[in-house]
Design a protein around this ligand. Sequence first.
Ligand SMILES: Cc1ncc(COP(=O)(O)O)c(C=O)c1O
Length: 422
Amino acid sequence: MSDLNLQRRQLIRGAAVGAAALTSGALATTASDSIDAVFAGDDINWDAISALYPKQKPFTNLDNGCIGPPIRAVQEKLVDAYRFANENPCYNLFEKLEVTFPEIKVRLAAIGDCDPDELALNRCTTVGMCTAILGMPLKAGDEVLLSHWDYPSMINAWKQRAARDGVVLRFVEFGLMDDDDAVVAAYTRAVTPRTRAMHMTHMIHWSGRVLPVEEICAFARPRDIRTVVDAAQSFAHVPMSIREMGCDYLATSFHKWLSGPIGTGMLYVRADRIEETWPLFPIWEELPGADKFGMSNLGTFNSAAPYALADAIDFHNRIGLTRKQGRLQYLSHYWVDRAQKIPGFRIHTPMDHPKLGGLTAFSIDGVPVELIEKRLRDDFGIQTRKRTPEGFAGIRVSPQLYNTTAELDALVDAIAHIAKSG
Ligand SMILES: Cc1ncc(COP(=O)(O)O)c(C=O)c1O
């Protein structure tokens, strides 16, 4: 067994060593020290939370559904860890930073409500979803259900699978404003005796609509239909229990709503699906549980990023998901309620849905979304994102915890201006 192989085996089993193994002075500080003051009382001071994040420039950032920046303390932790790694790369990466990963998985499993052995750390949702889509055992003629609202690279991953292996793709039809029952009916009605997999996006990235994946997975399970959930936008954003969801695969990125380091994510694979699933890349070595799909088998990676996740998780836990979703819901209602008074303004997200978060989409009658996006950025200094899948045209607005009501007032003023002048 090579040195590297041996080291990695040791570290996978070395959860007990954990953070205690870190000896570098550069790594001794924690993000928690700098944020203690913010959590001193019972109430959260959102302005103080805002001050923990890096100042966004040159634009007001209302595009956190794309990438949400980590708080400064997490960035500092990452940069310190990266410097530390470079002092002695193989030793410091494998024996100092990576030994914390098992503990990080335990903490992520607590947020997602699953077994840590069913989690693999990786770079992002795309890696996790492609592992599931390309790696689950399917044969020619097997049918897969998905929707045109799913993320384009996932649809294309399925198209690649169809072209290579002859699986048959069937697209489910529903509207983004349809109620939950209609969405469940759209998936369940499309099932045939040949359906072997269902792909669902938990929170639709175009508009923030959350799908009732629990009901759909409950329908699929007794029929031996594998379920794959794209949770890029929902993890650490709206309530979610993987256990209750009952899916077979779920993937997410931490650089969106967890405020984790850019380039961190995870894949969940249900225990009884691990053995039958091919990893995305041929493995370096056999590893227990879902680690087969994780970092050590994905080639060399910058383990400073997942190492710094620990502080992003601390921050998330100290706020708590209920308070976090509550604040993001408040921000969504804050600007949409004001914008609803603007003639021609149209919202494309069900605002009374219990799983509403910080991600919504709007349009203005008669004004192309390309122009709205451009004017918001160039004339008003506000970064949003136009979303134009077939059959939909909207501007996605996605504030994070650091965004202020003053920034949202500026957004509403800008929308009113654009609605008037075009
Ligand atoms: C629903 C959904 N899936 C997947 C992705 C891809 O995420 P990543 O680039 O982090 O892999 C995104 C990114 O916005 C997304 O919104």
